[in-house]
Design a protein around this ligand. Structure first.
Ligand SMILES: [Zn+2]
Length: 238
């Protein structure tokens, strides 16, 4: 499944599905609103209502593009129709951090043109980090960037996902700027771009807000030197 259901229907948190493959403690569904994770973002979690009750879905295991939903009960083997529910709160927390990280990335890119992201991690506990290929920078300058992120949150800027031709995308400087956050491929050769109006445009396959005002305040907690060329910025939601 190259295009995720959660991209097409970002507000879909509960739906019926049919189990098409199963093993003890795991199963594959014919459709799933779960984001499978990747590119530094944790996967969705949630619940599965089945004929005999409800079981927690603790994450996904992507095996060569096949999305196995991992169950909290590792002996349970299910079949037939079910209802899948996404943990809305966790999705929202990750989407806030993820959207804010795009804004942070834009501010770093604007302050230090050409800066590449060398790593990113968005956790489900309301924290995250981004690593940048930056050497000659005062860490206090980086630490102060959360003020700019909070400005964008306060302004309530619209966030859209658009699809552009992958061939054109590589010609647009800064659109594909990450070293390690690979957007997912689509069958027709297009690239999903997250457009934070007037702030940032970047290829990305993660989950995001539809307006920056939906984010809680953003705070940079720490800036660390990681090797000669890398700075790690740690952040959280207040
Ligand atoms: Zn993103």
């Amino acid at each position: 499944m190259a295009v995720y259901l959660c991209h097409e229907y970002p507000d879909l948190y509960e739906h019926e599905a049919t189990i098409i493959d199963a093993a003890p403690g795991r199963l594959v569904l014919d459709r799933s609103a779960f984001h499978p994770g990747g590119g530094g973002q944790v996967s969705d979690t949630g619940w599965l209502d089945h004929a005999a009750g409800t079981v927690d879905v603790t994450g996904v295991d992507n095996v060569d593009g096949v999305i196995w939903h991992v169950l909290a009960d590792d002996a349970l083997e299910l079949a037939g129709p079910v209802v899948l529910r996404v943990d809305h709160e966790r999705r929202s927390r990750v989407a806030q951090l993820h959207t804010d990280s795009h804004v942070l990335n834009a501010l770093v890119y604007e302050s230090f043109p050409g800066t590449l992201v060398t790593g990113a991690q968005i956790n489900d506990d309301g924290t995250g980090r981004m690593d940048f290929d930056l050497s000659e920078v005062d860490n206090d300058v980086l630490r102060a960037l959360d003020g700019g992120v909070n400005d964008v949150i306060r302004r309530g800027v619209e966030v859209r996902s658009v699809y552009v031709d992958a061939g054109d995308a590589s010609a647009v400087a800064g659109l594909v700027r990450s070293l390690s956050v690979a957007p997912p491929p689509t069958p027709d050769g297009t690239l999903r771009v997250i457009d934070i109006d007037g702030v940032d445009r970047q290829a990305c396959g993660g989950t995001h807000l539809s307006n920056t005002a939906q984010s809680r305040p953003f705070r940079i907690t720490k800036v660390e030197n990681k090797g000669k060329r890398n700075r790690r910025i740690r952040f959280t939601l207040d």
